[in-house]
Ligand binder design. Structure first.
Ligand code: NA7
Length: 549
């Protein structure tokens, strides 16, 4: 491993970089890639390059520019905590940060830590092969460049491979269509247009109210009805902004202590054991407060169906109270899964949107989409003429972007083959057969069940410490044993099965939204705090389960 500082090249390429001297390559310049670059380059002094397909930093927040795009984590917790100085100098404007503000923040971080000089933008990785002979990863980009490094670290995000459903006739559509996750930079003008929105997950629920404001008409195509809690977004008061600055350490400690990495704990009380009037008052208070904290009202909501039913019933009543048209209200409340067993959206006036004269709701359960025509969307019952179709149809989550890299491991086996029955990792961090490959927030880690910056920082810190330790011991290769992977997969399944989450057949947590994808519950549901302890323990036991040489 090279001890040189970045760019201290011995054989510079055309752009002045010594590719053959690289210690590490990172793929992806979102939250995780930026922090990983900083950690390896500035803390360990490694030579590192980061490859990014987009022409700017941001990852998820670079691509998801759809109307209403906003984070569901509260802004003061949806940020890095590794640098107190950074924390002190940045001020969030709203309770939930909007996409442009998050993108500004990530650009600020990249500039503040001078990260962009080691990022190659517009550089998509199309293949990455581990070569046992030189114990290096050899990476090929779309432009045909070749780079190699000792360590390859994927920071490609969990929700970054857009899922555009292959509905017959899509290419016949005479209007324009967009996927929310690859939204045009210049935006989309909906004025005077008839817009169809397919999908009512978190994204569709955020987008619908905003699109409805300018479109001539909006038709929402709903396949699965969804719960949603009001976000109650608002500008942050100076008093709260000061509080966040002054209580940095306590807020961070709380985020590290909770199962989901949010700055609030799950209340230690049972919904079933709470007297109905009191329970109702607790739900009402949480509803008025708004946000994901609603899920934290009782400890048994995600493990006991009867407890969950009390929350589900409360939310359905709220939806009926908002939506004036009883037919729309019936379609919106015909929810077939427990509350929060799929990722629970939060919204700004989603259900209210259905009270507008220019908004219709189509129940795809009653009449599925048959095809897209030149004019619009045709279901079994009717054709809906449209000028624009917005696909808010989600992502090939957790594995899509990873498999898209074209990774080939030590025996010439591709990751796609290796994971043909579903992803198999040790701690979500590594996979047997793929030495020196680290996957930040990979499948089998808590990732999407958390406020993402928390698992991201934990992963980056763990990987950085691991590489530092290897350097100190003169080691250059790390790979988990097949037994460790098998044990972890079993543990991930057991953790999921202790909750209601795997019971939802159509959840993207299970890969069920992508045709042909193996059904495996991918995130680790044992909680972030417990996961951190497990990872720390593995490291303390000399990286138990890994073979280092
Ligand atoms: P999601 O949560 O995967 O939601 C996608 C939505 O699109 C959901 O309502 C799907 O219905 C619907 N969908 C998907 N394919 C189709 C087809 N072929 N026809 C009709 N409807 C379809 O993605 P989001 O982008 O909203 O959210 C992803 C995450 O981003 C979110 O959880 C947060 O973590 C942030 P389904 O439920 O599958 O029946």
């Amino acid at each position: 491993m090279s001890q040189t500082r970045p760019n201290a090249s011995t054989a510079p390429t055309a752009n002045g970089r010594a590719d053959d001297a690289l210690d590490a390559l990172i793929i992806g310049a979102g939250f995780s890639g930026l922090y990983q670059l900083y950690s390896l380059r500035d803390r360990l002094g490694l030579s590192v390059e980061l490859l990014e397909a987009a022409d700017g930093v941001g990852g998820t927040w670079y691509w998801n520019r759809y109307p209403g795009a906003r984070c569901d984590s509260e802004s003061h917790s949806y940020c890095y905590s590794f640098s107190e100085a950074l924390h002190q100098e940045w001020t969030w404007s709203e309770r939930y940060p909007e996409q442009p503000e998050i993108l500004r923040y990530l650009n600020h971080v990249a500039d503040r830590f001078d990260l962009k000089r080691n990022i190659r933008f517009g550089t998509r990785v199309v293949a990455a092969r581990y070569d046992a002979a030189d114990n290096r990863w050899h990476v090929t980009t779309e432009r045909g460049e070749h780079l190699s490094a000792r360590f390859l670290i994927t920071a490609v995000g969990c929700l970054s491979s857009a899922n555009v459903p292959d509905i017959p006739g899509r290419d016949d559509f005479a209007g324009k269509w967009y996927h929310t996750g690859t939204w045009p930079r210049e935006g989309v003008d909906f004025s005077g247009k008839r817009v169809g929105l397919i999908g009512t997950g978190s994204t569709g629920i955020q987008a619908a109210p905003v699109i409805a404001e300018t479109a001539a008409h909006l038709t929402v195509f709903q396949r699965t009805a969804n719960y949603s809690i009001p976000a109650r977004n608002a500008p942050l008061t100076p008093a709260f902004q000061d509080h966040v600055r002054e209580h940095f350490a306590e807020i961070r400690a709380l985020m590290h202590a909770t199962a989901n990495g949010h700055p609030f704990a799950v209340a230690d009380r049972s919904a079933l054991a709470t007297e109905p009037a009191e329970r109702e008052a607790i739900y009402e208070a949480a509803w008025q407060k708004g946000g994901l904290q609603f899920r934290a009202t009782f400890r048994d909501l995600l493990v006991d169906k009867a407890a969950n039913d009390t929350a589900a019933d409360f939310i359905r009543r709220k939806i009926r109270a908002v939506v004036k048209d009883p037919v729309k209200a019936a379609i919106l409340t015909d929810i077939d899964h427990p509350f929060a067993a799929k990722r629970p959206p939060i919204d700004s006036f989603y259900f209210e949107t259905f009270n507008r004269d220019n908004v219709d709701l189509v129940d795809l359960r009653a009449a599925p989409i048959e095809r897209i025509t030149a004019r619009g969307v045709r279901t079994r019952e009717a054709e809906y003429p449209l000028d624009i179709i917005v696909f808010a149809t989600g992502f090939d989550a957790m594995t899509g972007a990873l498999l898209g890299i074209g990774l080939t491991g030590r025996d010439g086996v591709s990751l796609r083959e290796h994971w043909s029955a579903g992803p198999r990792t040790y701690l979500g961090l590594q996979t047997d057969g793929f030495p020196n490959l680290f996957t930040i927030t990979g499948p089998g880690s808590p990732s999407v069940l958390c406020n993402m910056p928390v698992p991201i920082e934990q992963h980056v810190d763990w990987i950085t410490a691991c590489i530092a330790q290897m350097r100190a011991r003169g080691q250059s290769r790390i790979e988990p044993t097949a037994e460790a992977v098998a044990g972890w997969v079993e543990h991930v399944n057991a953790a999921a099965n202790a909750t209601l989450l795997p019971q939802v057949g159509h959840s993207w947590y299970l890969g069920a939204n992508v045709p042909g994808k193996p059904r495996v519950f991918m995130p680790y549901a044992g909680g972030m705090a417990q996961y951190r302890e497990i990872c720390d323990d593995v490291a303390a036991r000399g990286y138990a389960g890994f073979v280092l040489s």
